[in-house]
Write a protein that binds this ligand. Sequence first.
Ligand code: SF4
Length: 250
Amino acid sequence: MDALDFGPRKELLTLVRSLRQRLQLDGEAGRPLSYLTRPVDVPGRRGLAITAEATAPAGETGLNGLGSALEEVRKELGECRRCALHRTRRRLVFGEGNPKADLVFVGEAPGADEDAQGRPFVGRAGQLLTKIIEAMGLKREEVYICNILKCRPPGNRNPEPDEIASCEPFLIRQLAAIRPKVICALGTFSSHALLKSEAPISVLRGRFHSYQGIRLMPTYHPAYLLRNPGAKKLVWEDVQLIMKALRNGV
Ligand code: SF4
């Protein structure tokens, strides 16, 4: 094995790789070297450093105080008609939260409540997600919450592959704009889309994976927990690993 794989040299290589990935993400977000001017992070609590962008009231644009890079993504998405779901949606659900969050939750798609309100995770499953976030010692507005699909599949059916293919580029750009330390993929579709894996969620959960150099924890979707409360214990184990990673600065 290469001696570079050991000790301080390994750490240096890891740091260089991490910086390279960060530069790549900054470039994709149109903010080269932006992290050099960002305030020093408090490990695990970057979400508390909410900027004016994050707290600004909703403007006439309806962009709701998005960070500038996120705002660009939202503008480009527009009144999207890239897949058939635009015909049946009431409102497009882009995502909400801190545009500089350390932690991003990615679900599957809006449901009826989200479709009606234009906000992610506001129904019963969303209320459970809010409880999970608060049990982690965070506030909902400190994290960022979005879905793979921005429009509701009729009758809450599963997303079709062509719908994911049409919508996923915008999720990729959202994540590149936010650059979180940890992504929590909620449920099978989110985990499969982000990890390009078809392994069962029961196999994927419980350990970190890598998404573009960002730590990604798959866990069960809150809607699954409503049907299977016994799985809450497993989700709690997963979010504890996330909390530990955030505390340690990842
Ligand atoms: S699901 Fe995504 S790709 Fe399809 S119409 Fe909605 S925003 Fe566009």
